[in-house]
Design a protein around this ligand. Structure first.
Ligand SMILES: [Zn+2]
Length: 252
């Protein structure tokens, strides 16, 4: 059964990678990491025979997040030491790894501590992202070296530009994902995420309590609050990092 698109193919940034040692983005999907067949989605019923939620065949507690939302199941290419392998598919994020880094506020490249100052966690946004306060994002935070690496080497960011911001309170907002509807015979059908006017998938907020049992999530969304733009030169001087590569004009 074909797997419908659950989320947009907007590039994961910074999409770093290469043959000679550059860091590979932890959240990037690798070739061969397949989603569980959607034909194994089932409807759960209560004792009165009322449909209550959607679940996977052979449901496991970890299928749901702590807000009760079901997540896609996707294989992970890991070797005996837990290292990821496989050719990166730079335009796509792995659902579980995106969720892990966004939930735990880890750097999306190295899974280490992201950069955090009094102004908050470091996030990389796109130039058209405005206003910054309250901005929704599916991009987990970054440590300073990996933010720098991305803006200097990622062809997508070099072409489009970027914005670095800090958020003191990046609140969990909701998920991007598909919504299950029931056919006349009660069988579940997964409708892909709906795109907004800007072409990005519309997030489903965690406040949509009645809808959540029918969502199959693929990305975790945070709302950036208490946001300040980053003065990169000042930050680099404070961190005593030398950064000589040319920068995108939109960063000034
Ligand atoms: Zn990092």
């Amino acid at each position: 059964m074909a797997v419908p698109r659950l989320s947009s193919d907007r590039p994961v940034h910074p999409s770093v990678g290469g043959k000679a040692g550059p860091p590979l983005h932890y959240v990037t999907l690798r070739e061969g990491e397949e989603q569980t067949d959607l034909a194994t989605l089932q409807v759960a019923y209560d004792r009165a025979g009322k449909a209550t939620r959607v679940q996977w065949q052979d449901p496991q507690p970890r299928d749901w997040d702590d807000r009760g939302v079901l997540w896609v199941r996707t294989e992970q290419n890991r070797d005996h030491a837990g290292r990821l392998w496989g050719k990166p598919k730079f335009s796509l994020m792995h659902a579980a790894r995106q969720r892990e880094t966004m939930q735990e506020l880890r750097c999306s490249v190295c899974v280490g501590q992201p950069s955090r100052t009094r102004e908050g966690y470091l996030f990389l946004l796109e130039p058209e992202d405005s206003p910054l306060e309250g901005r929704l994002t599916i991009q987990p935070p970054l440590c300073l070296p990996h933010a720098l690496y991305g803006i200097d080497h990622c062809s997508y960011l070099l072409r489009t530009g970027w914005k670095l911001v800090r958020s003191r309170v990046p609140r969990l907002h909701g998920v991007v994902g598909g919504i299950v509807t029931l056919g006349p015979d009660g069988s579940p059908h997964l409708e892909p995420a709906v795109a907004g006017l800007d072409g990005r998938d519309l997030p489903i907020p965690y406040t949509r309590h009645k809808l959540l049992p029918w969502v199959v999530a693929s990305q975790l969304v945070r709302r950036l609050t208490h946001v300040t733009p980053v003065n990169l030169d000042q930050e680099l001087a404070t961190a005593r990092i030398t950064h000589r590569a040319p920068r995108s004009p939109s960063s000034r």
